[in-house]
Write a protein that binds this ligand. Structure first.
Ligand SMILES: Nc1nc2c(ncn2[C@@H]2O[C@H](COP(=O)(O)OP(=O)(O)OP(=O)(O)O)[C@@H](O)[C@H]2O)c(=O)[nH]1
Ligand SMILES: [Mg+2]
Length: 342
């Protein structure tokens, strides 16, 4: 998971450390401020004003640094980091490095690593929310939290809904599933199997039915039986398909979801960013769940999606089991990239 990106960042840190040069800076010693008697002060003044301590520092040589950063923009884009994100990241990193004084005896590698870590964090931190907390709030207020899941074919929507249902069930909240993918053969059965395994109710209609009406029925079902969450599955669709995007808009209009969650597949790399832009324009996106991060050796998609679309990534899918959904936390992510072993 994220292995190649981690390796590249490690070699970037190493190369930047090599680009340092020694500098000497004069510094007035701090004792000047010490409390003294008037006489002592008079004596000291003339003396200390002239005495300056020469302190040895190292700093990063900008001339050596620039070509390194340029090279890494290209290297990072090969790992599915969007070009603009790679550029932004190196720009941010450079700002932190230029003028950084490295005092003799300090661990320069740690300092450079920290600068990179902070730069990544700046790019991937977007205010987020927690679906379990939102569900608890809805229950306390006696309303129904409606969440619609959408995305391109095969990205992992149905599996993710099952994982979210499982997570809510474990938190003591039973959601209702709406099988609003009435299009793909086997889609309803697939969700039904999950509902049975997890032990949550599901509302279905025959294939070919209007998906908006399935969502509507599921909401009515929840209302009449006192459930507080409805999770709406939708058919996979290419973002460029106008008719299907209109259909999705209709589901959203009828169901009025509190959250429209876009499911993206980390393995699609840069295309994930493209999909996010399209779906946001066509239907609106409130949050993202990024799947298959476990199978993604490159690691750039997480970085790109978080940095470009400025929508919160709520969870990461890291496997095919119900437990394999972890809350996305920028700190966790940068730790994973730059933590131990780097
Ligand atoms: N390794 C891994 N596989 C995943 C993950 N999430 C989903 N999958 C797999 O991806 C495949 C497609 O998942 P689905 O949930 O059917 O995808 P979908 O988006 O609902 O697909 P359509 O309804 O056909 O558009 C399945 O084999 C899942 O097991 C994940 O986080 N990691
Ligand atoms: Mg599906």
């Amino acid at each position: 998971m994220l292995g190649r990106l981690k390796k590249v960042l490690k070699s970037l840190v190493n190369e930047v450390v090599k680009a340092e040069k020694p500098v000497e800076v004069e510094e007035v010693p701090k004792e000047v401020k010490k409390e003294t008697t008037k006489k002592q002060e008079k004596e000291k003044k003339g003396f200390l004003a002239r005495v300056k301590e020469v302190v040895a520092y190292k700093e990063i040589d900008v001339k050596k640094l620039e070509p390194i950063l340029e090279e890494y923009v290209l290297i990072l884009s090969e790992l599915d980091v969007a070009y603009e994100v790679a550029e932004q990241l190196m720009e941010e990193f450079k700002k932190k490095l230029v003028g950084m004084k490295i005092r003799r005896g300090t661990d320069e590698r740690e300092l450079v690593k920290k600068a990179l870590l902070e730069s990544i964090k700046t790019l991937v931190s977007v205010p987020s929310f927690d679906l379990v907390e939102e569900a608890k709030k809805a229950r306390a207020e006696g309303r129904i939290l409606k969440i619609m899941f959408m995305g391109v074919n095969g990205v992992g929507k149905t599996t993710t809904i099952a994982k979210v249902a499982y997570m809510l069930k474990r938190a003591g909240i039973t959601p209702v599933l709406a099988a609003a993918d009435t299009f793909r053969a086997g889609a309803v059965e697939q969700l039904k199997v999950h509902a049975q395994r997890i032990g949550v109710p599901i509302v279905t209609k025959p294939y070919g039915s209007d998906p908006a009406s399935v969502a509507y029925d599921a909401i009515e079902y929840a209302r009449s039986r006192g459930f507080n969450v409805v999770l709406i599955d939708t058919a996979g669709r290419m973002h460029v398909d106008v008719d299907l995007m209109n259909e999705l808009r209709k589901v959203a209009k009828v169901a009025e979801p509190d959250y429209k969650i876009l499911v993206l597949d980390a393995l699609t790399g840069n295309d994930a960013v493209e999909q996010a832009r399209f779906f946001d324009e066509a239907v609106g996106v409130d949050g993202v769940i990024l799947t298959k991060v476990d199978a993604d050796a490159k690691g750039g998609a997480v970085l790109s999606v978080a940095a470009t679309i400025k929508k919160p990534i709520l969870y990461l899918g890291v496997g095919q089991n119900y437990e394999d959904l972890i809350k996305y936390d920028p700190n966790w992510f940068v730790e994973k990239l730059l933590g131990e072993g780097l």
